[in-house]
Design a binder for this molecule. Structure first.
Ligand code: ACM
Length: 545
């Protein structure tokens, strides 16, 4: 009997199990368990024949070093005992750059991607075949895998406004996404409670907008105010570093610059952005405030606030300047412009807005919001970028080329797809990982109940869509809002294992989605979380409702 091996490997060596017994999440499209093992030894080498897999090879060695305490030499060729990484070259472009094959025999390991991303995902699968205990001679079961994702867009959002997470932790979060074959990091950088990205032309955004004087304590409206400054932002140098770090993991970073609502932090720095620059910021009713109340301030409670961007030329110039800097930092096709939860109260009582509505033949304030978003869309389209907005951007008419992120259930996504717009599904009923994962959570959460099995049951393609309309669903995303998430350990407790369940929803073919199979594989994943030193919620049997 081999020591150190979890029992499923021993069983697999007898070829007694199908791919469902392999501890791989997301489940691969095709996997054959073969006989025997490849054992990594001090003589094993990594082969990168063309030197084209540097990012993947470095990720592999960093992982081996961190969790097993050794690295392997990298060579251009080897005759035996090697782990080879390569990417196919095509006369024409590959059908799917994220596809890979992984072949493990007792002699060698071959990972071949159809694109470099595929090679990287082949590595991610290989990492899941490593033992979950530290060892210097890991055994890897012999397998033949052919795999590619169900959806092209597989995202996760982190809100760094309500609570700030430093650049080092953002990188760790990105690593955790990479390990789950997630290819998009949606970075929620601005909101009422803090502006988190340096903009050189408007230093006030970070000098003023990145700090609040206190935060409510307990669940909204809270039991008091902690009276503590909460500050933080990323310099442009840090942003560039993070974007490159993500790119080395085949992850695109999409920044979100919220407009026209959720803009209190920017307004605190530049009050002229409000239709009522002289009115002080109003605390949310029933919440405790700390410090000055005589002027504009960064908000200290959670929720939705009436003071929003005024659709003035001053505001449009400001936003265009901000976006100019943002697009130099983020090469992503998409810029997320928010668009959610924008109360219309201020626009209703603003003579300027009412005049603007008349002059532009707009029906109401919803159409004024569309006017706002359409101007921003046009600006960004002119710079070669496309916008994503939360599903409220449907109200008052969709901007011409906008992609809709459906969060208030699936309705907005269905509506947008029917209007022939691209959609990313992020319904709160399935992917809001700030909701509780057990009935009586032992820490404060935003509320809601979203157990693992419910998350796992999510299908991003709504049954209401015809086959043609289904093509507009680019993929889906997990969202983590941070009102009640103050520390990295809580981030991890909230996302694990639910993000792992979503990785299978995003990647695996529907025919492989099977709760009983997932439940059999997840205990190994729990051990892997322990190897990684990340926090997680260990319950598997929470009721669906
Ligand atoms: C949202 O949760 N307000 C997009």
């Amino acid at each position: 009997m081999r020591k150190l091996l979890p029992s499923f490997f021993i069983l697999a060596s007898l070829s007694a199990y199908s791919q469902h017994s392999l501890p791989i999440i997301p489940a691969p499209v095709k996997a054959q368990v073969r006989t025997g093992y490849f054992t990594i030894s001090p003589q094993t080498v990594i082969v990168d024949r063309n030197g084209g897999e540097k990012a993947t090879v470095e990720f592999f060695n960093a992982y081996l070093e961190k969790y097993y305490g050794f690295t392997l030499p990298v060579q251009k060729k080897a005759d035996k005992n090697y782990i080879s990484f390569s990417t196919k070259t095509f006369v024409k472009a590959p059908g799917n750059r994220e596809r890979y094959t992984l072949t493990v025999t007792p002699a060698n390991i071959h990972i071949t991607g159809d694109g470099h991303a595929g090679t990287f995902y082949g590595l991610q699968t290989l990492l899941q075949l490593l033992p979950v205990q530290k060892t210097t001679s890991p055994d890897i079961p012999a397998v033949a895998i052919d795999d590619y994702p169900r959806f092209a867009y597989r995202g996760a959002m982190l809100d760094v406004s309500r609570h700030f997470f430093d650049a080092a932790y953002v990188k760790k979060f990105i690593d955790l996404l990479a390990l789950h074959k997630i290819n998009t990091f949606h970075w929620h950088l601005t909101d009422d409670q803090g502006w988190r990205i340096e903009i050189k032309k408007y230093p006030g955004l970070t000098e003023v907008g990145s700090c609040r004087n206190g935060s409510i304590t307990g669940r909204y409206p809270g039991t008091g105010n902690d009276g503590q400054e909460h500050c933080g932002y990323y310099t442009q140098e840090q942003v560039k570093e993070i974007v490159q770090y993500a790119s080395d993991r085949f992850i695109t970073v999409i920044p979100e610059i919220e407009l026209p609502g959720h803009s209190s932090a920017a307004i605190a720095a530049y009050p002229q952005l409000s239709c009522f620059p002289d009115e002080p910021t109003r605390p949310a009713p029933g919440t405790a405030w700390h410090g000055d109340t005589t002027r504009k301030n960064v908000q200290q409670a959670w929720g939705v606030f009436e003071d929003v961007y005024c659709p003035s030329e001053y505001t449009f110039n400001f936003l265009q300047d901000v976006l100019d800097e943002v697009i130099t930092l983020f090469p992503s096709k998409y810029i997320h412009i928010g668009g959610d939860e924008c109360p219309k109260d201020a626009w209703k009582r603003s003579a300027f807005c009412q005049k603007l509505i008349k002059e532009n033949n707009l029906k109401d304030e919803h159409e004024l919001q569309s006017y706002f978003i359409q101007r921003i869309e046009k600006y960004l389209n002119g710079k070669g970028r496309a916008i994503i907005g939360w599903d409220e951007i449907l109200e008052g008419g969709l901007a011409a080329n906008a992609t809709v992120m459906s969060w208030r259930g699936e309705k907005g996504g269905i509506e947008a797809a029917k209007q022939k717009h691209d959609v990313i599904m992020a319904p709160n009923s399935y992917v809001y990982l700030d909701y509780s994962q057990r009935k009586n959570d032992d820490s404060v959460t935003i509320g809601g109940y979203l157990p693992l099995q419910k998350v796992y049951s999510f299908n991003p393609i709504p049954k209401e869509l015809s086959a043609d309309e289904q093509h507009y669903i680019l993929g889906a995303q997990a969202n983590l809002w941070s009102e009640y998430i103050l520390y990295p350990s809580k981030v991890e407790y909230m996302i694990f294992p639910r993000l792992t369940a979503l990785s299978e929803v995003f990647w695996s073919p529907l025919k492989h989605k099977n709760w009983e199979s997932f439940k059999k594989r997840i205990p190994v994943q729990f051990k892997r979380y322990e190897l990684w030193g990340v926090h997680y919620y260990p319950g598997l049997n929470e009721p669906m409702k």
